[in-house]
Each structure stands twice: as C-alpha cells, then as structure tokens.
Design a protein around this ligand. Sequence first.
Ligand code: MG
Length: 310
Amino acid sequence: MFGVIEGTGVEIIRPEFTARTLGHAHVERLWTGGRWCEGPAWFAAGRYLVWSDIPNNRMMRFDDTDGSVSVFRQPSQNSNGNSIDRQGRLVTCEHLARRVTRTGHDGSVTVIADSFEGRLFNSPNDVVVRSDGSIWFTDPPYGILMDYEGRRADSEIGACHVYRWDPDTHQVSAVATDYVKPNGLAFSPDETTLYIADTGRSHDPDGPAHIRRHTVSDDGRTLSGGELFADCSNGLFDGFRVDCDGYLWCSAGDGVHCLSPDGNLVGKIHIPETVANVCFGGPKLNRLFITATTSLYAVFLNTNGLNQVR
Ligand code: MG
C-alpha cells in the first residue's frame, strides 16, 4: 500500500532543505476517493487527523493508530479549513453555512461568527487560532461562486477580508481589507508575524498568487505591513503551515513548496495532484499530512510542526 508513488519525491532547491527532509523517507498515499480535499487538522490526544472533502459535504478522519479512514462528519456544511484551538477543540470554516464554528469536547457545535457588521460572510475558507485564543480567518467567495462547494449566492459584504474574532468580546474585526481572495494563513512561531495567501489568480490571470507578510501589533489585535513575501511559481498558494523553525510548507500546483523565513523557495515535495493544504501531525509532529485534490498523502520530515496546544 505504501510503495513509492509515481510523481512524488523530494526536490532540493537550496542546500538548507536537505536538513529539513529525510533522505529515504517517501511520500505515502494514505487514502483516495475525495473530490477536493482540504483543511487537515491534527488531534494530538486522539492521534487522528480530520480533513474536509468539500464537494462531498463531509469531513474525513484518518486514524494514525491503524491507518483506517472513516467519515468524521456528514453533512459538514461543505466545510473547508480546520484548526485545533489551544484547548484541543476543532475550529471549522463552513462554506454552506457561511460561518466559523467550534466543536466542543462534548461534540456540540457552537457558532463562533457568521457575519461582519450585520452582513453574512462570503464563505470562510481557512482559520488559525493564536495562543491568546483569538481566531483569525479568511473569507474569499469560493463557496458562493458555485453550488459545487457550497451554494451560489451574492456577497453581502461585497469584499473579501481577513477577520479576527476576539475571545473576550466575541466581536469580529476586519484586520486585512486589501486582498482579492485571501486564503491560507499562519503565524510565525513567535506569533509576531501573520502570513496570508491570496489566490486571486484563480479567477483572474492577472490576479495575485502569492503570500504576504504582516506584523502583528503588540496587543495582538491588528496588523501592519503586508508586503509581498513570496510569489507562487506553480499554481497557487492555498493553505500552508509554519514549522518550528519558521519555514513555511505551502500548497502549490505541483506539490508542497517549502519557503525559508526570508521567503526563498528552498525545496519541494512533489505530489501528483494539486495540493490544497497541509498539516503537521503524528505524535512527534514530524509528519506532514497533505490534502491534494482526491487524496490524502503524508511524508515524514526532519522538522516539527508547532504544538498548537501549549
Ligand atoms: Mg483554502
């Protein structure tokens, strides 16, 4: 089952990538049968991974103890991005319901936010939780542009912003308002930098396909800067994660692109399907799970993800 998969492999572009990978580790295809797999999130306590299969309106679960895959939630409101908060709870972006939810330890689903200034979100796409409990998410229109990944509808907000939900006031503020289609996002290890991808090129050949870098204010509530961090050289940067040394592991058209903290492409993990998102997992957080179109892949690395529950 886990033989070498055609079209996979590690490409070293800068020597520093060698130390982040394992010479004999290969990419495994853990499961296939989805339509557009997205939003992987690792549950450390249960040793399983959940992810979204957006057009199939379901979330899946990979059990790391025996390799089995089962349905985690169906219907899933065409869920997209997922993260785990600091208490180990699931936080989910839902295209169909146009909201961000949290699944409690008892399994109950709570709405975190579904609107900004009285107007429904477009279709929250990806989400990350900061150590102060704030929840940051992007709101491009992919779930309302078509019925395939949600339900076609007009945008009530008329723009695609990045939002921050405050854990004390439960209010939502727009923290970045100059994106075309904001998508994946992740903090640097010290949480002073927020990286945000823009996939505007998906519907405009002249649109952005890059990641920008923002400085988080000292009180953790607002952003400044927002300069270009890296352009995508193949396809689009959709979801991505940052490892413990500040390297970005980014989805792209030909696999996973690894960017150094100064924005250089240092290497690739080639995947034979378009990659939508990644997530570190496994008991040591040294395994990169990769959601790519119809399949879930994984590869062991010589680096570790950031422990989300610290
Ligand atoms: Mg996305």
